[in-house]
Structure formats: structure tokens, C-alpha cells
Design a protein around this ligand. Structure first.
Ligand code: ADP
Ligand SMILES: O=C(O)C[C@@H](O)[C@H](O)C(=O)COP(=O)(O)O
Length: 292
């Protein structure tokens, strides 16, 4: 079983400044849907508003084979929204509208059958959620569940909040695998230099990490070994959820992905293939028929 933990956000996609599509989203929600569509055991842990969109988000998880026992309603809350303004390269710039009542709730997760816990994004470092997410990560580690962390940082989330940098560093230190994008590392380190990024990740003891760079190559480190993977050229319809698709492909490969170097490489190839499938549609996840 793979658990993904985070927030549901309803994404409204704008192209040429006009609404073009709307989909259930939120980084960890997207990861869960792709894994469910790939036919693997997965559950999403989080809290949804007990309104129309919130209830639709639960039904959509269930329809796609994602367990919802740890997805709990919050009475009187309103669903979170994100406006995603896509540029000519189909890369989003977000405006978020969040209801604070969805934050600050503790999780109850039974890790007895779990292989992976995947978490990250703003949700995990928010003032009201960080302690609860940290508790889940510590419990996962005690139960030998592999923790995958994706910071998924939008610049506005860090501005003038030094404590958030510390929280990201703490999560990196605790994770078994860090999946990070070039955009994340730029926001976290303030630098565009690969050397600075490596120093930062080493300083926080990231022994296994994967760096995605949009259309640029995927770079990965497995203990002391370094790998580079080219990404195929594609016609991008929407890159919202591309990184989440990558994570879904990687973890749905299976536990060997982070145990063994050869499987690590194969799982990255699978991640690239899932990410490409996500980019080719307006949805934030792979299409059900891409699931093998
Ligand atoms: N323009 C693109 N062309 C081809 N592949 C892409 C493109 N954008 C994203 N991808 C795929 O999605 C993966 C994750 O994209 P990236 O933009 O780095 O992450 P995120 O969505 O987290 O910002 C990339 O490694 C690549 O496989
Ligand atoms: O959670 C967010 O930050 C935005 C979401 O609404 C969006 O669905 C998303 O997570 C996209 O993530 P990506 O993989 O970094 O494109």
C-alpha cells in the first residue's frame, strides 16, 4: 500500500487568460489518482470540505481506485481553489484560495501494510500542519515505511518565512527519497547553480534524490552514484501535475525502486513516462489506459 498525504485543491486552468479546464488537484491528490489508475494499492490521507466540490473530490478518488478511509470531511469548510494561469509553454503560475478550517487536523493512519508514504508541498510546511505531518513521518520511519518528500514550492510560500526553510530542511533530512524540481531548488536556495543545489542537498543528508527540470534532463543520485536521463520531446497540453505524475510513476514501480540501483533507474524511466502522459492532457494525472 502507498499512502499519499496532503491537500485537495480544485484547479481551474486558464489558457490565454480564459478558463480552459478544471480538475481535482493538489500535488499529493494528483499522485494518488495516477497510482490508482496504474492499478496499484493506494490511499489518500487528508481533509476535505463537506461541500459539493469536496464530496466530488472523494468520489473521484474512489472512482479511480484510491482508498479514502483516511480522507476526512470537515464540516462548514469550503473547498480550496487554485487558479492556474498557463503560459505559452503551458507552465502554470498559481493563485491559491484556501480555507484555514481544513488545516491543523491530526492523522490516523495504519501503516501495517504500507510500503511508501509520499508527502510534501505547502500543506506539509504550513504552521498548522507541520507538527501533524512530522508525527506521521516519524511513525512511518518506525514502521519501516519509505518516506518520499517533494517540496513542490511556489515562491510566495517562502517569502519572509524563515521557519519554512527550516521545515523543508527537516523533511529532507527525514526522507528516504527526495523528489525535487529545479524550480523548488531555486526558491529554496535562491541560486540557479547546480553546485549550490548539490551542496544544499548534501548538507541535509539527502542520499537518494531525483531532480526534474521540465523539458531538461532528470538528474538523480543513488548513494554515491549520479545518473542523467534525457526527457523525450512532447507537445505539452498542460504541465500541471507533471512532477506529481513523475512521483506516481516512480513509487508505483514498487519498493525495489529505492532499494536497488538498477530498479532505481527503471523506476525513474517509468516516472518520466508517467510525467509525459500527464503533460499530454489537461488532466493532472495519467489517463486510465496509460496505467501499465
Ligand atoms: N515541456 C516538457 N517537455 C517534456 N517533458 C516535460 C515537460 N515539462 C515537464 N515534463 C516532464 O515532467 C517532469 C516533471 O516536470 P517539472 O516541471 O520538472 O516538475 P513540476 O511539475 O514538479 O514543476 C519532467 O522531468 C519531464 O519528465
Ligand atoms: O498543490 C499545488 O501546489 C498546486 C495544485 O493545485 C496542482 O494540482 C499541483 O500540485 C501541480 O503540481 P506539479 O506536479 O508541481 O505541477
Amino acid at each position: 500500500m502507498i499512502y499519499t498525504l496532503g491537500e485537495a485543491v480544485y484547479d481551474i486552468l486558464f489558457k490565454n487568460n480564459q478558463p480552459a479546464a478544471s480538475v481535482h488537484g493538489g500535488s499529493m491528490y494528483n499522485v494518488a489518482i495516477s497510482i490508482g489508475r496504474a492499478g496499484k494499492d493506494v490511499a489518500f490521507a487528508g481533509f476535505y470540505a463537506d461541500d459539493f466540490l469536496g464530496n466530488q473530490s472523494r468520489l473521484f478518488l474512489q472512482k479511480n481506485g484510491v482508498g479514502t478511509d483516511c480522507y476526512r470531511p470537515v464540516a462548514k469548510a469550503k473547498s480550496n481553489l487554485a487558479l492556474a494561469f498557463l503560459n505559452a509553454q503551458m507552465v502554470p503560475n498559481y493563485n491559491f484560495y484556501r480555507d484555514e478550517r481544513l488545516n491543523g487536523h491530526p492523522f490516523e493512519i495504519d501503516f501495517s501494510n504500507a510500503e511508501f508514504l509520499v508527502t510534501g508541498s505547502f500543506y506539509a510546511i504550513d504552521d498548522h500542519n507541520f507538527g501533524n505531518v512530522l508525527d506521521v513521518i516519524e511513525k512511518s520511519r518506525k514502521n519501516n515505511v519509505n518516506v518520499v518528500y517533494d517540496p513542490n514550492i511556489r515562491s510566495k510560500h517562502l517569502d519572509e518565512h524563515p521557519e519554512r526553510y527550516e521545515r523543508i530542511a527537516r523533511m529532507i533530512e527525514l526522507a528516504d527519497l527526495v523528489k525535487v524540481s529545479a524550480e523548488d531548488l531555486f526558491h529554496i536556495t535562491g541560486s540557479k547553480s547546480h553546485d549550490d543545489w548539490k551542496k544544499y542537498l548534501n548538507k541535509h543528508s539527502a542520499q537518494k534524490y531525483i531532480l526534474t527540470q521540465g523539458a531538461g534532463p532528470v538528474e538523480a543520485v543513488f548513494n554515491d552514484e549520479h545518473f542523467i536521463f534525457q526527457v523525450p520531446e512532447i507537445d505539452v497540453v498542460s504541465s500541471v501535475g507533471a512532477g506529481d505524475g513523475f512521483t506516481a510513476g516512480f513509487v508505483s514501480y514498487g519498493i525495489e525502486a529505492i532499494k536497488n540501483r538498477t530498479h532505481f533507474e527503471l523506476a525513474i524511466e517509468r516516472g518520466i513516462s508517467f510525467a509525459g502522459a500527464v503533460c499530454r492532457s489537461n488532466e493532472n494525472y495519467i489517463a486510465a489506459e496509460n496505467g501499465n
